[in-house]
Design a protein around this ligand. Sequence first.
Ligand code: ATP
Ligand code: MG
Length: 456
Amino acid sequence: MKKKENPKKSGSVIITRQEHGISRKLMSPNALRVLYRLKDNGFVAYLVGGCVRDLLLGREPKDFDVVTNATPGEVKRAFRNCRLVGRRFRLAHLHFHEELIEVATFRSQAADESEPVAEEKRGGENRQRHPHMLKNDDGMILRDNVYGTPEEDALRRDFTVNALAYDITDFSVIDFAGGIADLNAGIIRTIGDAAVRFQEDPVRMLRAVRFAAKLGFTMAEETRKALVSAAGTIVTASPPRLYEEMLKILLSGEAAKCCDLLRQTGLFAALFPFFSAWLDAESEGFPHTRFGEMLTCVDSRVQQGGTISPPLLLALLFGEYLEEKATNFRANGAPWQQSIDAATAEFLGEVCPFVQIANRVGFALRDIIAQQMRLKQIPGRRPQLFIARKDFGDIIEYCRITRGDNKDVAGRLKWWVAEAAGQESVPLPERSQESGAPPQKKKRRRRRKPHLGSAI
Ligand code: ATP
Ligand code: MG
């Protein structure tokens, strides 16, 4: 394979191996293997983005991303476990046993002057050739797929602390955008003009909030100001992407802090206008405090390494709102199940135009709320069928977290959990013995007299 020149730029600051505390022992052995193989094949290869930031902070990185000057085709030829993905911008995915290392070729954000939207005559047919970098009238980036230098690749990233690179040739860290100073000072700062960077991609506003909360950083003054004035534009981002980003926020382990920041900056009201207004109002003279309590509960579970399914997460956070809606439908005469269906449909209708909750998650959310009724019936009809439901654990957890401090509820949950564990002779909770649905008596059918006619 041909040798490529190391395109490290002179404008960058190099932090040598002696000056930083990153040890290769803290890196994924697979990521190291990738870096060495690329280097041995004559390519430039850096670790980049969140993993370098986290290693410098002494935190365990979530994943390891590699950038290189090898093209995706060249990466594929160097690795048997490589799959190329992405139609618009090809990325190499290197599959190891339980780990995926993403390898990207250096990209640039600069508009590619050599390729304006040009008319090409081919076979008498007018064809539009697309520029590699395209923004819409509002300055939002629609397409961004041109190869670049390491420095260009760093400068197209979102925040200074996310633009650091680790060079495997001399184990140095390359700082293209002042990331080290911001890392030391605990500052989240966009690279370049914050207003422009948020205009190009409004999701960066949510990322700024997530990183500030997660790392315990503050936002640079100009970044915060630009974010507050652009907060309303968050709804122009794609709804499925906003859902993914909201999930990351809510499952970051710092959801309470994130939601505080989202509310202070106006992002929360833009994304959840109806829920936000309800949260700020009172119901029957009481403020809505459950949302805050649930965020704290979700955070402590995540921090202890626990997992929470998206439907359970949504049920915990929005359950009180949904139940209040359902109560209103019920007051207007709808039966229980129908009122839950209507409340969920109304909630999804409010949220999904901005934050698109997938249908299957919406249905699962509705079921968790609706099945609370079934928990009251002990044992009810065919309890084993209920226990066998895929969402049985989520239903129990929802009830335990939101109502578990009630003695009756706790008694019922104990019964169900023991029943699910297959424990024999579980006593029925007292209250349910009196008021629960009585076990249905089997109707005794009168035996018909055998019709003997044909038998004889
Ligand atoms: P996490 O710990 O959540 O994985 P991360 O910084 O690694 O944090 P990723 O979403 O994995 O975040 O993205 C990897 C890197 O890609 C980022 O560090 C950043 O440099 C760049 N990046 C990601 N999203 C954007 C974006 N919307 N705009 C610009 N750069 C981005
Ligand atoms: Mg990452």
